[in-house]
Write a protein that binds this ligand. Sequence first.
Ligand SMILES: [Zn+2]
Ligand SMILES: [Zn+2]
Length: 239
Amino acid sequence: MKDLLRRWLQAWPASCAVCARWPARPVCDDCLASHGRILPRCPDCALALAPGLERCSRCVESGPGHLHRCVARVDYDHPWSALVARLKRDPAWAAPLARLLADAHGLTDLLRQTDLLAPIPLSPDKLRERGYNQAWELLKALRRQLGDMPPALPGLLQRQAQTANQHELPREQRFANALQAYSVDPATSRRLRGRRILLVDDVMTTGATLDSAAAALLAAGATQVSALVFARTPAPTLD
Ligand SMILES: [Zn+2]
Ligand SMILES: [Zn+2]
């Protein structure tokens, strides 16, 4: 009954989720034009770049991490942060967000360098609580949007249950835990040997999650790991 009601509501013209004008698509064209501009981004970490720069200053200083390339569609900011929150409550939001994600600058090139796609997994507890992995929903919706894409394997990476509250641990311990946060199922590891993997997630905050997931895949034999995210947390402003 609940499903029937939801389907009925989805079929009905809805208001724009940002400006509430009606009837419109989930995000109307005006809101897309004012909030969804495609910005030049750092190829290593997907931070929006100032004009004329090829990489962000942080990536120039720290050198490459485990990710080969990183592509994001929007900044994790108004109004997208609220829409990502909706995706975490309702998987139907994967379709409109994937429609936007399909336009991400550099995505076509990234897919050309990809043999296998995988979502960033949730911890077993989180998955039980939410009932679905929003990154996998986004990836499936992107496949429906683009049609021709390399194969995807939802169980490629596994997330270990978190044993302690990360915030209470010293920095070195947090980093060590992050490295152990993901593992590759031995049964699927033969599928990634020598392959170029593209990891998909809804949000990239510091990049630590994606970097440790990439490290686990490289250790298991992948030749290259890149990332595609819907939203990237902007760099803190320095003033
Ligand atoms: Zn609007
Ligand atoms: Zn960067």
